[in-house]
Each structure stands twice: as C-alpha cells, then as structure tokens.
Write a protein that binds this ligand. Structure first.
Ligand code: ASP
Length: 315
C-alpha cells in the first residue's frame, strides 16, 4: 500500500493579492478545500485515482468561481463550449470531449468516453448525442450564465481579441482578463495508480471552434503509472506546441527526473522560452505532489495520506 495523494488546480494567471477581496480569497480557499476533500474521500475509502480526480473535478465544475462546467466563459457567439479530458495511468486509457455545450459535468462525459465508447476523443454534437445515450446530465444555457463573465465578454465581443485566463504581454490579441481558471486534478491511489483530469470553458470570445490544450492527451493532461499524472493550465496554444504534459512524463521516464524537476523544467524553462504562461500540477506513482507555475498566481492545493497538505493562490 503506497501513500495516496490528491492535488487540484483552479487555473493560473495574473492573480494578485492586491486585486482580491478578503471575502473572495476565502471563497477560493474554501472551494479548493471542498474539491480536495471530495477527491481525498474517494482515496481514503480505497477508491481509484480515476474516481478521485473525477470527484474533485466535478466539485470545481459545479462552482461558478472557476472557468469549467457551470462557470465557463462565453465564446464569440455567446455560447459556452467546454473541453475536458481524463486519463487513467494504470489502464493507459483516456477519454476527452471538446466543444461540448449544455453538459453539466464535461469530466463525467469524458469518463464515459474513456470507459464506454470505443474511442478516446469525441467532439461537438456527436459528443452530446453520446452524453444523452449515457444518461449524462444536461443543463439549459441559463445554468452556465454568470454576470462577471458576461461583462468580460461584452467588453471584447465586437473585437478580434480573445482572452485567456492569464495575461500574456507577448500576444497582442490577448487582453488582461480577470483570471478565473480552468480546473484540474491529479491523484495517486493506495495501489500506486495515477490519474489526471482537466476541464475548461477555454477562452473568452474564442471563435472558429477553437479548442485548447486541456482535452488533448499529452498536451494539457496525461497519466502513466510508470511515471506520473499531470494537469495543465495556461495559454493552451503553447502547451499544445510544447506537448507539455507528456514532456513531463518523458523527462521522468527517459532522463530519470523527479516529478518536481520534470515539472520545473517544462514550466520554468521550456514554456518560458516559448513565452507560454501557465502552470501544472503533478503527482508521481509514489504519491509525491508538485505544483509549479510561471505566472503571479495559481489556485492550487494538495493533500496526502502522510498528512502533508497545502492550499494556496499566490507565488
Ligand atoms: N489551457 C486552457 C485553454 O487554453 C486555458 C486555461 O488553462 O485557463 O483552453
């Protein structure tokens, strides 16, 4: 029986203490605590890493503070198009969905894709048809409405600007956003199985059916019992080009890096050189967590069966 661990993130970006009210900060800390508790409860009962990351992600998707599920941002056409992925590092199986609408918990749908379709990646209307077949809960558009994200979108909807959940001074067509992020979870269960889950509404004012790194296996999400589980958040285009999550696993497998060294390298060297802003959480198959970001803040936390835990926001 090995150490079991759950870690979560709620997005990385220009998250500064000076911009945050004490009340809002408390809401974030409590919300992250709830997600960690949900994942940890699964692991404590001897549940699998996959069920733990799914449970933690659902808590974050149901929380309007985060840009996933209920709190998803508005696209150019004023809709909510969500992406999600889950990967089981023991089964070496994964499920992803992209551009889905009205699905209450895209991570639950991604899990169905992994377990009950003969495919890995479903998109758009076909993914919704599959959701209906599998009895996945749908919600009307109003469920996904939040005033502050609507206001963000209104500011830029008539322009070509799209907004990430973080600032990127190197990209002219990105604006400073209010950084409410993508969510993710990684876990290692008592049997040394690892899993990763990531879910997002993507970027405000995105168009042309833009899909980010989150649902792409190896880019925004990856798990392999031989190495680790990783969930990313940040400027998706750069994370895709860096094949970021898989690169962490490769550094461990081929170069013998620890989870901390591997994530540090990808986030603080490779991505920085590419001007890719964001962060990652990871856990290795011995239950060691790592949380690294190259932005001013990242909503993040972890909890291990050895009694180690942390919930934090800023650098
Ligand atoms: N990586 C996500 C995307 O590009 C955004 C985020 O992490 O906030 O869609």
């Amino acid at each position: 029986m090995s150490v079991f661990t759950i870690a979560i993130h709620g997005g990385a970006g220009t998250i500064l203490k000076k911009d945050m009210s004490a009340e809002r900060e408390q809401e974030y800390l409590e919300s992250m605590g709830d997600a960690l508790d949900a994942g940890y409860a699964v692991l404590e009962k001897g549940g699998t890493a996959t069920n733990a990351v799914k449970a933690a992600c659902i808590v974050l998707e149901d929380n309007i503070l985060f840009n996933a599920g209920r709190g998803s941002v508005f696209s150019k056409s004023g809709e909510h198009e969500m992406d999600a992925a889950i990967m089981d590092g023991g089964l070496m199986n994964a499920g992803s969905v992209a551009g889905v609408r009205n699905v209450r918990n895209p991570i639950a749908l991604a899990t169905e894709v992994m377990l009950n379709s003969n495919h890995v990646f479903l998109s758009g209307k076909g993914a919704t048809d599959f959701a209906l077949m599998q009895g996945i809960k749908l919600e009307p558009d109003e469920y996904f409405f939040s005033q502050f994200r609507y206001d963000q979108w209104k500011e830029i909807r008539d322009s070509d600007i799209y907004a990430l959940e973080q600032t990127d001074p190197h990209m002219e067509n990105l604006i400073k956003d209010k950084k409410f992020g993508t969510v993710g979870a990684v876990a290692c269960d008592e049997n040394g199985n690892v899993a990763a889950a990531t879910s997002t509404g993507g970027m405000t004012n995105k168009k042309y059916g833009r899909i980010g790194d989150s649902p792409i296996i190896g880019a925004g999400n990856y798990a392999n019992n031989k190495t680790c589980a990783v969930s990313c958040t940040g400027h998706g285009e750069l994370f895709m080009l860096a094949v970021a999550a898989y690169d962490v696993s490769c550094l461990m497998e081929y170069k013998g890096y620890s989870i901390q060294q591997a994530i540090d390298h990808v986030v603080n060297e490779k991505l920085v050189q590419m001007k890719g802003q964001g962060g990652m959480i990871g856990v290795d198959a011995m239950g060691n967590p790592a949380m690294v970001f190259n932005t001013p803040g990242m909503y993040r936390g972890y909890k291990t069966s050895e009694g180690r835990n942390e919930i934090s926001i800023y650098q």
